[in-house]
Design a protein. Structure first.
Length: 367
């Protein structure tokens, strides 16, 4: 049966639970299970040769990927991968990677008894902080470029691209709620648009996916006339439910055209070029080599974004959708999200996604 390369998608390797986190314990079970059952996490270079040239891979090959560039990938994932002789790739959001020449402790330091597990836990497993207003805000810690270079030098981890900023844009003028100071549990929540307290929460999409809908000055002026913009004052203002209702009613008096307009094709192109250029240049400056693999933020791409990405030298494009990955298929590489479950959960899916027909059928069923 024709070979398909399973591509695993991880984000956090962390003890703090979330929909996209896998605990270090379960991640080790995944890596151990793969090693004991003949599966090998291949290098990014091997995967690229398979996708571009059709070079045959050993049976039970798998590509292990991590999105965003969180520090826990260095602290937990890198040592565990090395322990079980797997390789992997971290797709980094270049704006978030630290320029400081810092190297934080890892599981290697726990294993040689230099530090306790508590040090690592306090470093990466406590992302929720409390603001002055008593609100919860997620504040993840990211890798440094020095840590990226160390992992690449080890031969275990390669670094790929995940955009410069990982921003959203407003996709259209539909809305239900408004922006008010509240708990923030997302890391990548920033919108590439001028946001004021009370602004409608227009539908969002990845900044690389579509034209941006830009709120009008008329809308902004209406909102700021009624809503104080200092955060504490805005928080107090919206503690009164009638203020929320009243503001929504005022916004609803505006016509659809008065809410804003879409950027031009030229503005969209300029925005995309800026992101790809910054991402590409930063990666190659910091790593000292060509980077050709790009992972779409939230898996959302577009024809114009892919064309611009190719113009900047990216050749391999990774998605977040499930499916088969035969050789010579490199502009839309499928991945499946790894859940915080044990080895048996992963083992079954590796068997499925390593064969084209089962992978194609299973992806459609989406069990």
């Amino acid at each position: 049966m024709t070979q398909s390369l399973p591509v695993l998608m991880y984000h956090y390797i962390s003890n703090y639970p979330s929909s996209i986190s896998v605990s270090p314990h379960n991640f080790e079970k995944h890596c151990q299970g793969m090693a004991e059952n003949g599966w090998r996490g291949i290098t990014l270079q091997e995967a690229e040769s398979f996708f571009l040239k059709g070079e045959k891979l050993p049976p039970k090959s798998v590509l292990i990927t991590f999105d965003d560039g969180f520090l826990d990938n260095f602290v937990y994932a890198w040592p565990i991968l090395k322990k079980y002789e797997h390789s992997g790739v971290i797709f980094t959001v270049t704006e978030r990677i630290l320029s400081e020449q810092i190297v934080r402790p890892t599981l290697f330091d726990v294993w040689d008894k230099s530090i306790s597990n508590k040090v690592l836990y306090e470093l990466v497993d406590m992302p929720i902080k409390q603001t002055k207003l008593g609100l919860k805000k997620r504040q993840d810690v990211f890798l440094s470029w020095e840590e990226c270079r160390i992992m690449e030098k080890s031969g275990v981890i390669s670094i790929g691209a995940h955009s410069a900023h990982h921003l959203s844009v407003f996709a259209n003028n539909t809305w239900k709620d408004i922006y008010i100071p509240s708990d923030q549990h997302r890391t990548f929540y920033k919108i590439d648009a001028p946001i004021v307290w009370g602004m409608p929460c227009f539908k969002e999409k990845s900044a690389l996916h579509c034209k941006a809908f830009i709120p009008s000055n008329k809308l902004t002026e209406l909102i700021t006339y009624h809503v104080p913009q200092q955060k504490q004052q805005a928080y107090e203002y919206f503690q009164q439910p009638h203020n929320i209702t009243s503001l929504k009613q005022k916004i609803q008096t505006l016509s659809s055209n008065s809410l804003g307009s879409f950027e031009t094709w030229g503005q969209q192109q300029k925005r995309l070029i800026s992101d790809f250029e910054q991402c590409k240049n930063t990666l190659e400056k910091e790593l000292g080599h060509n980077v050709q693999s790009f992972c779409w933020p939230w898996g959302e791409s577009s024809i114009i974004a892919q064309r611009i990405g190719k113009n900047f030298g990216f050749s391999y494009f990774y998605k977040t959708s499930m499916g088969a990955n035969p050789s010579k298929k490199y502009t839309a590489i499928n991945r499946f999200k790894v859940r915080n479950k044990g080895w048996n959960w992963l083992r079954w899916r590796l068997e499925i996604y390593s064969r084209i027909m089962p992978a194609t059928v299973y992806a459609k069923i989406r069990i």
